[in-house]
Design a protein. Structure first.
Length: 72
């Protein structure tokens, strides 16, 4: 019988993927989480450009450089 009470830590070296980062909250309403809006009609020519979209107030925002590195 196992006595383990917590899940093992994520370790990419052992084949266990780490969970995706939690998206930031909306800077406008401070309540909704931001979602990546990657639709072709809003995307710029570089495929790594996208916009945040708030699930609460429906506003769109340009991601920061840190967001582009962290969430791509």
């Amino acid at each position: 019988m196992s006595t383990r009470t917590t899940a093992p830590a994520a370790d990419p070296a052992h084949g266990v993927p780490s969970p995706p980062p939690i998206p930031p909250t909306c800077p406008n309403c401070r309540q909704g989480l931001l979602w990546k809006d990657t639709r072709a009609e809003i995307r710029e020519t570089d495929e790594h450009h996208w916009r945040w979209w708030c699930g609460n107030c429906s506003k769109r925002f340009r991601p920061t450089e840190e967001h582009l590195r962290r969430f791509n």
